[in-house]
Ligand binder design. Sequence first.
Ligand SMILES: [Zn+2]
Length: 198
Amino acid sequence: MLFVRSWLTPRQLRRLLSCWSCNAASQEVICSQCGKIQPPQQEVNYFKVLHQEEKFTLRAQDLQKRFRDMQRVLHPDKFANCSEKEKNFSADQSALVNQAYQVLLKPIQRATYLLQLKGISLAEVQLSQEFLLEMMEFNEEIDRADDSKREELLGQIAEFEELAMAELQEHFANKKLSEASESLAKLKYFENLRNRLS
Ligand SMILES: [Zn+2]
């Protein structure tokens, strides 16, 4: 979505929302009127960049297909004979598409981003004392673990993760965002544990 500053005149505003080349109203990557590449919008939403519905459960195939299509459209070869301005726009758009894909592809990053869009920060999540104590004990076990024990602990973490991921999916589906942020905070704990073991 475009962030519109209130001191813009109607004329400036129109220019901001329209194609730099032909002035047609355009919010697409490529102007539908004249086919010129457009600069990225000022305030972007990664779901919109990749034409996905703004929700947690995405179809990986759709996402990948859309990503590949856009990579093709934005390929530098396509702009070889264009002006510097257009080359820069296409490079900016391409970087944005890559960034959006990286975030939406990975469930933990996607969930974090989705919550951030809803104004929810993980820093505010309060996990139960019980959970935190459990994690402390787990950390101590990691400190003491030999190789075979480490394997076992990795297996346990994988189970924790699977459970928390299923919870996360369910909470998002039921639009229970505060519960979703708890599941996500847990997943981040588990990721740290796994990093300690690998
Ligand atoms: Zn145009």
